[in-house]
Design a protein around this ligand. Sequence first.
Ligand SMILES: Nc1ncnc2c1ncn2[C@@H]1O[C@H](COP(=O)(O)OP(=O)(O)O)[C@@H](O)[C@H]1O
Ligand SMILES: [Mg+2]
Length: 231
Amino acid sequence: MFTSDTSRALLSAQGLRKTYGSTDALDGADFALMAGEVVAVMGPSGSGKSTLLHCLAGIVPPDAGTVLYQGKEMSSLSDADRSALRRADFGFVFQFGQLVPELTCLENAALPLRLAGAQRKEAEAAARNRLQQLEVDDIRHHRPGQVSGGQGQRVAVARALAGDPRVVFADEPTGALDSVNGDRVMQLLTDAARQTGAAVVLVTHEARVAAFADREIVVRDGKVRDMAGAA
Ligand SMILES: Nc1ncnc2c1ncn2[C@@H]1O[C@H](COP(=O)(O)OP(=O)(O)O)[C@@H](O)[C@H]1O
Ligand SMILES: [Mg+2]
């Protein structure tokens, strides 16, 4: 069934379907991500990009089709094992950062490690390394409400990378930023990912954001097609 490329993939999906009411959010979507690769998932609003990301990350179960991570079928894992896998191997960045307003930027960046059981000291040391890499270490004691949108997204990226994930899932990570701040976040995100060897699934509808990726795919009507050869 699988091409040789798919069998070498870190993360792959075959024939994903997901229906909400009468909407086919995914209608037979295939996908493959190699280790360390940055892939932009493009397509118009409502085409199924976020649903694809959620299925790949094991957040949403597909109605049909398979997701393989490191050769293992995601649906064969228990909920607890899937959650543990997400905490250990995946990092997430969303459009609006979703930082916890009561915590400082440092505490936010360290939070996934703390939730995974790390001691405060080691979690915050790892988080500070990432805040430095994302050039927001100076605001580490601020709360999210006291920093700019661009700074907040850089903290969100630091949080996603703090646990040395194998895959970062980023859904419109610059969608709420102007182009200057958006480009800076993308540069820092992709530099940091490439430096650590993390692969990135980057959902965006903006070509200038997708330009930071190694490869682009397009989702249209719940199906995936490669950019190669497309207009
Ligand atoms: N939880 C949900 N409940 C109902 N409909 C949904 C849900 N999630 C997505 N959809 C629908 O599925 C389609 C694809 O959505 P989505 O994956 O969010 O697209 P995109 O991220 O490309 O904008 C849209 O028509 C959307 O309204
Ligand atoms: Mg979306």
